[in-house]
Design a protein around this ligand. Sequence first.
Ligand code: GAR
Length: 200
Amino acid sequence: MSKAKIAVLVSGGGTNLQALIDAQGNVITSGEITLVISNKPNAYALTRAEKANIKTAVVEKTSGQQAFEDEIISLLEANDIDLIVLAGFMCILSDRFTKRFDRRIINVHPSLIPSFCGEGFYGLRVHNAALEKGVKVTGATVHFVNEIPDGGEIIMQKAVDILPDDTAETLQKRVMQQAEWKILPASAQLVCEQILKGGN
Ligand code: GAR
């Protein structure tokens, strides 16, 4: 295998997907994005994938968690995917799914885990919680995905200062620019390298 095949799972705007696409050939040399799956048919992330000539699929959660995951698993297997990257994918995956792809799923979360993470902490809610608490530093984390939401082994983290006038929106943007868009591609490369070496 010359490059690991990466599937990116998305739900929204897809700026992290864009960072991964832009990192291909420079930061990401050991992997290639060959599939993007969205659970939302109108996610802008799908347009980003199409513009980059990456195959896309939409899998909506219409008839329960198991059927939803089975459809995703079929797509991953049919496309020989080696690494699954959750990039703003707003669905929690079951034990059954995460165990099947042990150390083959990574996620980017917009805080320094273990702060402001777990079920219910996603998107702007994470930044609102950080502002409410009054922390002066936040950041982003990339971690392996296991059966505990945001609980898997940490791969990379990057800290970002909170400024006095920040709103959840300004903070989200700074965390993306200074942390997420850097550590997600770097972590994807690291894990792809490990996969190519046949290791864990
Ligand atoms: C990102 O900030 C990502 O870290 C966060 O959602 C945003 C998606 O933006 N993910 C979570 O909160 C997961 N718990 P994007 O669609 O522009 O990449």
